[in-house]
Design a protein around this ligand. Structure first.
Ligand SMILES: C[S@@+](CC[C@H](N)C(=O)[O-])C[C@H]1O[C@@H](n2cnc3c(N)ncnc32)[C@H](O)[C@@H]1O
Length: 271
């Protein structure tokens, strides 16, 4: 087991607990999803563009709504997650709505499917669960065909500090921020204590990792709101949520990156 193994095991327990709560939450609105609503938000939809006839690897797919939303758009999708409950639910959801997608149970850091994809996609609350960001980006690159694109839409690493300055460092530390709280970020589960381990990754680290993995940055954008209304946020405009404690300021809430796998990885001399 790596130095991070015990933390990752804790997170897996947490995500199994969270999944049980999330599938019944208003936040994830599974009934609406079954009725045809896409779970994808405008930012990722515009970065992903037309995915029909594309192969998409969706990292940390949770219980499958985004993966299946992409499949509904005509993509050939594979979702990966390390939570047994999430993957089991995702497979059931796929069967129930009659939309095909492959779901793979794996720690994303151990993933090697032996195939490549046109697009690797991940969104909203993914890299903070990852102690080794370079390995995560390398895994995305490993699964991209030459010319394929990584689309990552993520909460901004400053967001958590803006809300609670005592919560964590901005810069990465091998020691995660360990938190136990009752419930999760959705409604429901108030009687369930859940412990999570979180690593904050500054944007500079992400850019360094992309370059090292041979991924050329095509676009980078920051947003002054989140499309997901998390605890402690208010809806400033329709579909735009901001920290209630800082609602009068325009502060970074999310960012989006698109990067392309160049035909060959950069030589070591290019840094
Ligand atoms: C916040 S969710 C991702 C958000 C997703 N866009 C959604 O549908 O809400 C984070 C996911 O990452 C998964 N995860 C966390 N660490 C992981 C790891 N090391 N390997 C694979 N999956 C992991 C969790 O199980 C969870 O499903």
């Amino acid at each position: 087991m790596s130095e991070f193994g015990a933390f990752l095991e804790k997170n897996k327990v947490a995500w199994n607990q969270r999944t049980e709560i999330h599938v019944d939450s208003d936040f994830y609105d599974v009934a609406g999803f079954k009725a045809g609503r896409s779970s994808l938000k405008g930012v990722e939809l515009s970065l992903l563009g037309d995915v029909s006839s594309k192969s998409v690897l969706h990292l940390q797919c949770h219980f499958g709504q985004d993966t299946l939303s992409l499949a509904r758009m005509g993509a050939d999708t594979t979702g990966v997650d390390f939570s047994e409950n999430a993957i089991e639910y995702a497979r059931g959801l796929s069967r129930e709505i009659g939309v095909d997608a492959r779901f793979v149970l794996s720690d994303v850091l151990a993933l090697n499917l032996g195939e490549t994809f046109d697009v690797v996609f991940a969104s909203y609350g993914v890299i903070g669960w990852i102690p080794d960001l370079q390995k995560w980006v390398d895994t995305a690159a490993l699964h991209l065909a030459a010319g394929g694109e990584l689309v990552l839409v993520e909460f901004h690493p400053l967001l958590w500090l803006l809300d609670d300055p005592t919560r964590a460092d901005y810069f990465f530390s091998t020691q995660p921020d360990i938190e136990t709280e009752n419930g999760t970020y959705t409604d429901g589960g108030a009687d369930t204590a859940i412990t999570t381990c979180w690593w904050n990754h500054p944007l500079s680290a992400l850019f360094r990792c992309l370059k090292k993995a041979g991924l050329e940055l095509l676009s980078f954008e920051e947003f002054d709101h989140s499309p997901w209304g998390l605890a402690g946020m208010v809806e400033r405009e329709k579909g735009q949520f901001v920290l209630a404690s800082r609602a009068d300021q325009r502060l970074p809430h999310c960012y989006a990156i698109k990067a392309r796998k160049t035909a060959a990885p950069p030589s070591p001399a290019s840094g």
